[in-house]
Design a protein around this ligand. Structure first.
Ligand SMILES: [Zn+2]
Length: 299
């Protein structure tokens, strides 16, 4: 159970995966979301792809700087390629984890915004070696939509009852859920776990009402405090060690060819998010042809 001034308080956070910090990303409008957060009382953490560190809009950056009680940023992969943190090779994973931090440090230097040193795994895929790499690089925790690693190991039932599991190299892993899992959220509150919600920009394709109805439902369940992933991590994991940022890690470890492949992939994903998904007709065409599209991953 979480300890604190009020033991009946439940911490909560909404995580949105992938967007850059620009006025609009696909169906997401940051100004509009801020209005909704003020009105309905919730907090959003952007799972930010480190590869995008220098591609943000100053106006949106300022919006984040002005509203630390509503918006925060954390780390979402490094290049956001398929199965990026699902492999077994520790050295590769360690380089990815370090490069992601280096890029986020550049993001911080450029924008003046801090970030939460916690990882949200792309596509929900991670290996036990990835957890070791994150721990060694000084991350504080990971958040994922499953506790199951790519190693396919059995997860003891008790691990789902804890706020965070530490079965992977004693590094905390929190479970996050989509809004449809209402009965699981009730169980989270009953068991003293935080409420960690995941969505993507497409959740706002028909407006913000579906999300705010869900938020209102959560807020009616008890003493809910919406906050950042760092606050949630600090509340449950008291021994988070400080960052061991390695100045030598930088983008030069990636070959020009690798960087080009990553860039093509990101631009393809962004085209899908910004032009295809907001249009229902294009989405149908995209889904029909998706079997023939390679390199564009799902979140
Ligand atoms: Zn993603």
């Amino acid at each position: 159970m979480r300890t604190g001034e009020n033991s009946t308080e439940t911490l909560a956070c909404l995580i949105l995966d992938d967007p850059l910090l620009r006025p609009r990303y696909g169906c997401l409008d940051y100004e509009r979301l801020l209005q909704e957060m003020r009105e309905h009382g919730f907090f959003t953490e952007i799972a930010f792809i480190p590869w995008n560190w220098k591609r943000n809009n100053p106006k949106t950056v300022q919006l984040f700087a002005d509203n630390p009680d509503y918006y925060a940023v954390c780390v979402h992969g490094c290049n956001h390629t398929g199965n990026e943190f699902g492999g077994k090779d520790y050295q590769t994973l360690s380089a990815l984890a370090a490069t992601a931090l280096w890029r986020m440090e550049q993001f911080k230097r450029l924008t003046g915004l801090s970030y939460d040193p916690v990882m949200v795994f792309p596509q929900g895929r991670f290996s036990p070696a990835a957890m070791q790499a994150l721990k060694d690089q000084g991350y504080h925790a990971a958040f994922n939509s499953t506790l199951q690693s790519t190693a396919g190991n059995e997860i003891p039932a008790i691990e789902y009852q804890r706020p965070a599991t530490r079965i992977y190299h004693d590094f905390p892993l929190f479970l996050r859920r989509y809004p449809k899992s209402k009965s699981d959220f009730l169980q989270d509150i009953a068991s003293g776990r935080p409420i960690i919600v995941v969505e993507h920009h497409g959740a706002f394709s028909n407006g913000y009402r579906a999300m705010t109805d869900f938020i209102d439902w959560v807020n009616g369940l008890g003493n809910i405090k919406w906050t950042s992933l760092s606050s949630i991590t600090n509340a449950y994991c008291s021994n988070t060690k400080s960052m061991s940022f390695d100045e030598k890690s930088d983008e030069l470890v990636w070959s020009l060819w690798d960087q080009s492949k990553v860039a093509l992939r990101r631009f393809a994903c962004e085209f899908r998010d910004n032009y295809v998904e907001p249009s229902s007709i294009l989405t149908r065409i995209y889904r029909t042809g998706r079997g023939h599209v390679t390199g564009v991953d799902d979140y």
